[in-house]
Design a protein around this ligand. Structure first.
Ligand SMILES: Cc1cc2nc3c(=O)[nH]c(=O)nc-3n(C[C@H](O)[C@H](O)[C@H](O)COP(=O)(O)OP(=O)(O)OC[C@H]3O[C@@H](n4cnc5c(N)ncnc54)[C@H](O)[C@@H]3O)c2cc1C
Length: 382
């Protein structure tokens, strides 16, 4: 697919920013310390990245899905964890408000999130409810006067929780209804009494964007924190994840492209048996396979973005196909990039070592590859 003028220009700008600002030192610092870097967050916020897909009336740039995809691809081509800095507000965080929020809620929460002044995260997963998110056991029970809800439960693996000001959560409001029925969506202030954090998770990759549990113990929220209709929150979780999956697909394209770039560079430099390793067919074929994977993943992702922008009914399935293929392709490419680097690929000094660890999350979060396969197959076999 050939990008139009507007998107080609955005691609150039995002690439320029990532190449200049996401320095090797910054990437290594994040991977070593695992700490959130407010300086780069503020810089990305200044350029409007946090609100790329948030409409202008709520303080964002009002970009389309294609712009969002291009941003994620270009940022993660340089560093996956830094692309996550700009992703949450545009997808899982801002998404539910845009889908179901009232005018007051959108006007209150979205502008500071789009400006990067506040961090909004997404809490769906629980210790016993991952792929089966409908198994939510967190409860939100209305008070007798009907003015508030009391929330109890535990959400786990929440990206950005330690820095968050607000969290969107899903909780059972009708205990009589089974499975994914009777679940509602709330926005909760992370500083309320009864909200606490679990320990920072020690992760394999994407270090530098802390992840932890969030615990709710008799947390009282006003009824103005309910987003969308009572008992009907689960459908919005699923709709939000459609868009989120597109973002992860785009990150995967960036990671796959980065693996290819690194492999090509190294294969041309490294000599064995008196020749460049690129001249060995065994190596060149791996590079050809990576190049085909990158391009196929990109085309699926851009196509899904076009369908989302056109509000096409096939968009949801297209996002799952793009996420499934691109995430697996990123893992294949990262594996081959390490292989082409030989022993050096196993050493932290080389970027592919981190890339290999980072890539692993792409086929797990926002719906594992198996869940994407279920969504795709269910659409065909209904
Ligand atoms: C770093 C990180 C960040 C995350 N960020 C967030 C976040 O911000 N917010 C949030 O809500 N969640 C977040 N998650 C949670 C993530 O979305 C879940 O981990 C993921 O959906 C899988 O759930 P699970 O870990 O419970 O695995 P499980 O659901 O227990 O799955 C285990 C295995 O079983 C397979 N499986 C399960 N059900 C089926 C089935 N029906 N058919 C075939 N195979 C199946 C899975 O594919 C997987 O291979 C994050 C996770 C991580 C690791």
């Amino acid at each position: 697919m050939i990008l139009d003028k507007k998107h080609a220009m955005q691609q150039k700008l995002f690439r320029q920013f990532a190449e200049t600002e996401f320095t090797k030192e910054l990437q290594e610092e994040l991977d070593t310390t695992g700490a959130f870097n407010w300086d780069i967050h503020n810089k990305m916020a200044k350029y409007g990245f946090m609100g790329v897909k948030i409409p202008t009336e709520y303080g964002g740039a009002g970009g389309d899905y294609m712009s969002y995809v291009i941003m994620n691809e270009e940022l993660s081509r340089q560093d996956l964890v830094l692309s996550i800095y700009a992703n949450t507000s545009n997808s899982l965080g801002g998404g539910p408000l845009l889908l179901a929020g009232s005018e007051e809620q959108k006007a209150k929460y979205l502008p500071p999130v789009a400006r990067g002044e506040k961090i909004l995260v997404f809490g769906l997963t629980e210790p016993g409810a991952g792929s089966d998110a409908g198994g939510t056991t967190t409860t939100a029970i209305p008070t007798e006067d009907g003015e508030s809800f009391v929330i109890n439960g535990r959400k786990c693996f929440i990206s950005g929780a330690p820095m968050a000001d607000w969290i969107i959560i899903f909780a059972k409001t009708d205990l009589k209804q089974k499975g994914s029925r009777g679940i509602s969506m709330f926005i909760v202030d992370m500083h309320l009494p009864g909200v606490s954090l679990g320990a920072d998770e020690k992760k394999m990759g994407i270090k530098g964007y802390p992840t932890s549990d969030v615990v709710f113990e008799d947390v009282v929220v006003g009824k103005d924190c309910l987003i969308g209709p009572l008992h009907k929150g689960f459908q919005y979780a699923m709709k939000t994840l459609d868009g989120g999956r597109l973002g992860v697909a785009a990150m995967s394209v960036g990671v796959a492209q980065c693996a290819l770039d690194e492999a090509v560079k190294y294969a041309k430099e490294r000599k064995q048996f008196g020749r460049r390793i690129a001249d060995f067919q065994g190596v060149s074929f791996m590079i050809a396979e990576m190049a085909a994977d990158v391009e196929a993943a990109r085309q699926l992702t851009y196509h899904a973005a076009q369908l989302k922008d056109a509000n096409d009914p096939e968009a949801g399935a297209a996002c799952s196909k793009a996420k499934f293929f691109a995430a697996e392709a990123a893992n294949r490419c990262a594996y081959k990039a390490v292989q082409i680097h030989g022993g050096y690929g196993y050493i932290q000094e080389y970027k592919v070592e981190r890339l290999y660890r980072d890539a692993r999350i792409l086929s797990i979060f926002e719906g594992t590859s198996q869940i994407q396969e279920l969504v795709i197959a269910n659409g065909l076999l209904r």
